[in-house]
Design a protein around this ligand. Structure first.
Ligand code: KIV
Length: 284
């Protein structure tokens, strides 16, 4: 098993120009598989709400759901650096709630760090969490928890004013103690510039190749979420048709009494004829 990476390792990777790989995982089966591929960091993202729990957005996701799935992901990948996503409503009310909920991810789910969305408005919260001993990752650009305020799932930082704001936010999060940031749906030139301007690693999703690392939602990468496919998603494996093919074959074989066949059934070595013949009808 690979040694669990640390925040210091990620910083060293940035300095060495070595790309950081990150992927979402929501259960033990997947986290174990991804860890066995050598991924650097796993994120139990609140995208859980959409790709696993069937919500229309990430807004309804609760702390209980996040902790339940984070603990499962940890059990499947004990050696992975695991980041838990603070769900909407668990940190916006201030540092006290953020520390309390962040602590739960570390103590109850075994996460190494937490991630939260937002820029300048969350910096004081990040500072307090870091002071309380919780490693925090920021998330700027398209922040799905506040998608309604942003007017939809849109690229952020396209004009000079919003680009300046994102650069300011990245610097402020670093100054507040964040060990890294996710940048989502940001023009590649801006993401590359921000990456040069901060010492902490930047992880891009829809933010171009100039970031220090990349993250994708695993259900997107594996072709298991068909409701919509954002432009930045590359589907590396198309599992949905494979799953349908396998399940349809199973249904057909059960209906045709072809499954289970001899290979998948058990036989007794004893001669059961006598038993079957003498078996009494059960009393009604
Ligand atoms: O919830 C999530 O999966 C995320 C990633 C898209 C970064 O925040």
């Amino acid at each position: 098993m690979n040694k669990r990476k640390t925040i210091q390792d990620f910083r060293a990777m940035k300095q060495a120009g070595e790309k950081i790989t990150m992927l979402t995982a929501y259960d033990a089966a997947m986290s174990g598989l991804f860890a066995s591929c050598g991924v650097d960091m796993l994120l139990v993202g609140d995208s859980l709400g959409m790709v696993v729990l069937g919500y229309d957005s990430t807004v309804p996701v609760t702390m209980a759901e996040m902790l339940h799935h984070s603990a499962a992901a940890r059990r499947g990948a004990p050696g992975a650096f695991l980041v838990g996503d603070l769900p909407f409503g668990s940190y916006q009310s201030g540092a006290r709630d953020a520390i309390m909920n962040g602590t739960r991810f570390l103590k109850e789910a075994g996460c190494d760090a937490v991630k939260l969305e937002g820029g300048l408005e969350v910096c004081e919260t990040v500072r307090a969490m870091v002071a309380a001993g919780i490693p925090v990752m920021g998330h700027i650009g398209l922040t799905p928890q506040t998608v309604n305020q942003l007017g939809g799932y849109k690229v952020q930082g396209r004009d000079l004013e919003s680009a300046r704001r994102l650069l300011r936010e990245a610097r402020a999060l670093e100054e507040a103690g964040a060990f890294g940031i996710v940048m989502e749906c940001v023009p590649e030139q801006l993401a590359a510039l921000i990456t040069q301007q901060v010492a902490m690693p930047t992880i891009g999703i829809g933010a171009g190749v100039g970031c220090d690392g990349q993250v994708l939602v695993s259900h997107d990468l594996l072709g298991m979420f068909e409701k919509f496919i954002p432009k930045f998603v590359k589907t590396y494996a198309n599992l949905a048709p494979l799953i349908r093919e396998g399940v349809s074959a199973y249904l057909a074989e059960v209906r045709g009494s072809q499954f289970p066949d001899a290979e998948h059934s058990f036989v007794s070595d004893a001669d059961l004829t006598q038993l079957l013949e003498s078996a009494e009808e059960p009393a009604v």
